[in-house]
Design a protein around this ligand. Sequence first.
Ligand SMILES: [Zn+2]
Length: 94
Amino acid sequence: MMELLRRLRGEMSCGQVLEVLQAHLDGEVDAETARKVAQHLDKCQPCDREASMYSRIKSGLASKRRVLDPVILEQLDSFADRLVADGAPPADVD
Ligand SMILES: [Zn+2]
């Protein structure tokens, strides 16, 4: 009975895994939970697929952000240049 309880506590259900999956991928869960989630994903195909889908979306967003940043910086830069070139006075800021 104790062994059964321990096993029940030690293994997460699909619902529990999906609940913490995003936090897990963000590295926001504690080591014990991370271990249990990894253990579950190892054995559970549907959850594993869900996890790789999440991480693909996540890495897609991350790489998009890396590409976007220099563009925005460049736009800000040329905007600043334009302001200077036009001799526009700085905006009234207290
Ligand atoms: Zn599962």
